[in-house]
Write a protein that binds this ligand. Sequence first.
Ligand code: NIG
Ligand code: FE
Length: 414
Amino acid sequence: MHHLLITNIGKLFGIEKSGQEKKWRKGSEMAVLNTIEHAWLYLEDHKIHSFGKMDDMDFFPAENVYDAEGRSVLPAWVDSHTHLVFGASREQEFVDRIHGLSYEEIARRGGGILNSARRLNDISEEQLYDLSCERLHRVMCQGTGAIEIKSGYGLSLYGEMKMLRVIRKLKEHHSIPIKASFLAAHAYPPEYRQDHDGYLKLIIEQMLPQVADEGLADYMDVFCEKGFFSADETARLLEAGWKYGLKPKIHANQLHRSGGVQVGIQHKAISVDHLECIGDEEIDALKNSETIPTLLPGAAFFLGISYQPARKLIDADLPVCLATDYNPGSCPSGNVPLLLSIACTQMKMTPEEAINAVTLNGAAALEMSQEIGSIAIGKKANLIVTKKIPSAAYIPYDFGNNPVDRMLVNGVFL
Ligand code: NIG
Ligand code: FE
């Protein structure tokens, strides 16, 4: 049986005592990142077996000991919203935005998501896999130990299946948990611009049955937004997804107050993601639901739009989640440490809140908080061993730098 004892851990962050494990941390609980100073951690059979203070270490296996020499350990990031499978970068649109065009204007001219759809259809499935693999490895080196990846740049039966097959192959060849979301409703393809009903039918009658039949997706996603999919269209798609057992996780309220949050909640979405444009009505609706508010401030940063009201959501006692939104248009970075810096400086989340938001609450947004997201007995040993850092706050403080020294996946060093 595989086992590893880590000794002399400077700080063991994100612990949960046996029997006190939570599904998520909400409201004021988010400010608490339980920590043991000068700790040991024992991993067995790819899972967390036990942990404690060095002073009280009760056993000393002779082999497989790693002396952390004061480095810290914390649960790996759970990035619950990405579009990591894409064909090509879109830096021309970045330059166009600098010159004054908005994200929506670029989309109306056939750029944006439609640009990515063209680029995706230009390359082979093998090339797409290789590019995606490279990106996945890069974010794993920055601490990501579980991830969600969406389709949505295919926009045709063939293209969407190609993306989902690439995600499935990533799942097969990587030992971190990967969840797939079906996002054919990301934009109307040009041939359906005047025929919304036709595209919805294509998704509902042709794509969904095949996706479900091959077990290619875990979740149903829709870009609910003015100029993209209306709240009514979103409702129709989410109902269809549920018929195939796909729970909703949707894009809501990024650019407008489009009713996305409410329609997500009405359809029992696991999470509603983005939330740049929300007010008291949306917050009240969230309070009366089990739906997680997931904030993607990396996209707000890169598009130069207003940030999500993280403090208001935390004050409303909600379990706020953070994710990167890694995609070629609105956030070409899957770097979670940088996301933490943005969350702290721009949304005034504390470092502890931000870390909880992208560990335990990220796990909850993928329905995996019983398996990952904290240092708790029996959880999967997907962990970050940091460089020598003085505190948890140092991680977002040291912005632009990588806090990760080594990654453990299933108890094994990468
Ligand atoms: O989450 N908003 C919709 N989807 C992505 C952006 C996709 C793109 O521009 O390629 C997002 O921001
Ligand atoms: Fe997104």
